[in-house]
Each structure stands twice: as C-alpha cells, then as structure tokens.
Design a protein around this ligand. Structure first.
Ligand code: COA
Length: 383
C-alpha cells in the first residue's frame, strides 16, 4: 500500500509543536519574541499597564479600540451586574472535596454555568459577547468562593461597586484591599490578558471552530491553561522557591536541577528570545511586595536565580517567574496563582472566540501518519 499521500506538503511537523505555523488571523495581540514587544490591538503592553485598567483592556480586546467614558461605564456595569453566580453552583461547590484543585473547580463550574445560560449556546456575535461578559464576571466569584468554601468559610457576596481586581481580593478575604495592592493586581490582570495563539487560546479557537458554544470553548481553555508548561508554571515557580528556601541555596539548587535535566520553571519561552515585557513589570512588583511585607528573600532568590539561569542556559524569565513571588507576598495561596491567570486570560480567550465565530472555519490540520501499513487481522486465539 502506498504511503505517498501521508507526508505533509511542507515536510514533517512531528515534534515541532507547530512552532512558527500561522494557524489563524487575529487582531487581538502581537508577540514580537525577538524584540520583547507585546501589543494588544495596536497598544504596547507597557502603555496599557501604565495607564489603562483591566476593564478598559477587556473593552479594547473585544472591540479593537479604546472605549469612550460612556462605553466603559456600560461595560463595567454589565460585568458588575453579572458578578453573582447561580446559587445552585454554590450549592454544588459545597459538595466538592475540599482538596479539589481550584483549576479543576473553575473548569467544572464554568462548564456548569452553561446550564443557566441558554442564550449563551448561540454563536452569533451578540449572544457570544453576552456570554463573554458573564464568564468574565463569574471567574473571580467562582475562584474566591472556592477559596472560602474549602476553608470552611461562607463565600462573600460580590460587591457591585468594585472593579474586578479589587472585588476579587475582597471576596477572597472578606475585607477590602489596600488600593495600591488592588491596582497592582489590576495591572497583573492587564499583563496576562492575551498572548497570541498560546496553547489555551488555540484550544478555545479549535473548540469554537466546531461552532460549540462559548462555555464549552472556555472550559477547554481552562483545561489547557492548567498544565505546568503553560499557566501552571507560576505555582511551580513558587514551589521551587520554597524548595530552595534561602538565597544561599540558589546556586546548588540550580546545579542539581540542571544536572538532573529538570526544567527551571518560569524561565524560557516558546516565542520570546529576550526579556518577556510582562516580566519587567512583575519583577518590579515582586520587589515592591518584598518592601511592603519585609519578606525580601523571595525577590532576592528570584533575582539570583534569574541571573544564574541566564548565565548558564541563556534563558530569560517569563510572565510566571516573578508573578509567583508577587502573588505569594500578597498572601494568595499558591494554587490560586493559575486561576488568577485564568481570571485575566478569559478576556483574551473570549476575544479570540468572538473572532473565530465572526469568520469561522473548522480547524482541522492533518497528522503525519507514522504507523504501520499492510497489517493483517489475526483471530484472537491465534495471536
Ligand atoms: N529550564 C531548563 N532548560 C530549559 C528550559 C527551562 N525552563 N526551557 C528550555 N530549556 C532548554 C531545553 O531543555 C532545551 O535544551 P536542549 O536543546 O539542550 O534540549 C532548550 O532549552 C529548548 O527547549 P524547548 O522546551 O524546546 O523550548 P521551547 O521554546 O519549546 O519551550 C517552554 C518553551 C516554555 C515550554 C520551556 O521554556 C519551559 O518548559 N519552561 C518552563 C515552563 C514555563 O515556565 N512555562 C510557562 C511559559 S509562559
């Protein structure tokens, strides 16, 4: 039997992880890995982090331009009106085992939200935008409620007078955060909002490309984000820092890690070959949080590790490297780092889903078949 038509036109893609392959057209974000530039809808990430808010960034991602004051107010009101999640979901969460991973809880609850939004099953632009608002509003509520439920506390009802970052910290702790801390988290949410065709965004687009609904597509995105090679890396970074323990242990820990061919989490990137521009902000936040808490060792350890990994492997820190110590010093539990990433990335996922629905084409690449041919079936008792 001929094997001729099984090879790909451009050669084998086995093992390349689709690096460099253009799989969609998008105006959401541009990652310039050579120069370390990240742009959302034409705006440099540094400009947005300096001047914008997460809500305004969401508007930008979904609409391709900055909002007027009125437009921003409308979007904020829509999000705030949808902070509360169906009470059935809170009941459901109370039955989950308390050691369930927050990412598994988020994924399950988001999938469940589809039961309560029949309109959200439609893929026209208006219905998908409304589902996007509801999902963006619900993520922080689910994550904060789970943090309280698993610790035997009552969930705190969302406060519709607060923006997403401040409201999340409020619902998680039961008290309003310091405005400076809320703004720091707000900027973290801006920084994580979108990043080209990363694994979870691609997963969302593949699912949306079948014309499955926004809830299904986002559920797949959460599953992809949870992996340690993607959003799960921020938790893994903090585990490494705790394993290292003290600044003087960094060098020996790194030698041991590299000689055992283990990866250093939070460094290296599939696209950036220079400093990840998001890391520039997060490094600053980690240092600031060290100053605020007086617990400077996490920043110092990170800084030393960054320097040594750069010297030994030529690798730079990515978005997860300094976000880990920043969140840790904010008193956020380590297994909520990736859900916080999701609280931000839902804006990018839904922006991509909207783009996918607007000009849909089923995403269906080919696999290069490397299996056998000409096998003959043999009866079971003769094998
Ligand atoms: N620690 C140690 N070595 C690393 C490394 C890391 N974090 N990242 C890459 N390398 C090394 C690889 O071992 C490989 O070396 P080799 O050529 O000697 O085998 C080389 O650099 C290329 O690695 P590769 O995994 O092919 O690079 P990539 O660009 O495809 O991978 C990541 C990108 C993100 C998957 C990878 O850097 C990684 O696993 N980082 C840690 C996880 C992480 O922080 N993920 C969050 C990304 S935002």
């Amino acid at each position: 039997m001929s094997t001729g038509n099984e090879s790909t036109a451009s050669g084998s893609s086995a093992g390349t992880g689709l690096r460099g392959v253009v799989a969609a057209q998008s105006s959401m974000s541009k990652v310039n890995g050579e120069e370390g530039i990240l742009v959302y809808q034409g705006f440099d990430i540094h400009d947005l982090a300096e001047n914008s808010t997460f809500e305004e960034t969401i508007y930008l991602l979904w609409n391709g331009r900055l909002p007027t004051r009125d437009e921003l107010d409308v979007l904020k009101a829509e999000i705030r009106n949808n902070y509360a999640i169906p009470s059935e979901i809170l009941v459901f969460m109370r039955h989950f085992p308390h050691d369930a991973s927050p990412m598994d809880v988020l994924r399950t609850c988001v999938s469940t939200l589809a039961f309560y939004d029949k309109e959200g099953q439609k893929t026209d632009s208006e219905s998908a935008k409304l589902a996007s608002v509801k999902l963006t509003a619900a993520f922080p509520t689910i994550v904060a409620a789970w943090e309280r439920i698993r610790n035997g506390k009552e969930p705190v009802a969302p406060d519709p007078t607060l923006d997403i970052a401040e409201n999340f910290l409020y619902m998680m702790r039961g008290e309003k955060p310091d405005p400076g801390e809320a703004r720091m988290l707000d900027i973290c949410l801006i920084l994580h909002a979108d990043h080209g065709l990363n694994a979870s965004t691609f997963a969302c687009r593949v699912i949306a490309g079948t014309l499955a609904d926004t809830y299904g597509a986002v559920t797949g995105g959460i599953a992809a984000l949870a992996g340690p090679l993607h959003g799960g890396a921020n938790t893994a970074v903090m585990k490494s820092l705790k394993e290292i323990g003290e600044v003087e242990n960094v060098e020996s820990w790194l030698e041991d890690t590299l000689s055992n061919k283990r990866k250093v989490m939070g460094v290296g990137h599939a696209v950036y070959k220079t400093e990840d521009p998001r890391a520039t902000w997060l490094r600053k936040f980690s240092e600031q949080m060290g100053g605020i808490t007086g617990e400077t060792k996490w920043f110092e350890m990170s800084q030393k590790l960054e320097k040594l990994v750069k010297e030994k492997k030529g690798l730079n820190p990515n978005v997860d490297f300094y976000s880990a110590s920043t969140y840790y010093m904010m008193g956020i539990p380590m297994d909520l780092f990736t859900p916080i990433f999701a609280i931000s990335r839902i804006s990018g996922w839904t922006g991509h889903i909207l783009e996918q629905y607007a000009e849909n084409k089923l995403i269906r690449p080919r696999a290069e078949y490397v299996g056998k041919f000409d096998q003959k079936w043999v009866p079971l008792d003769q094998r």
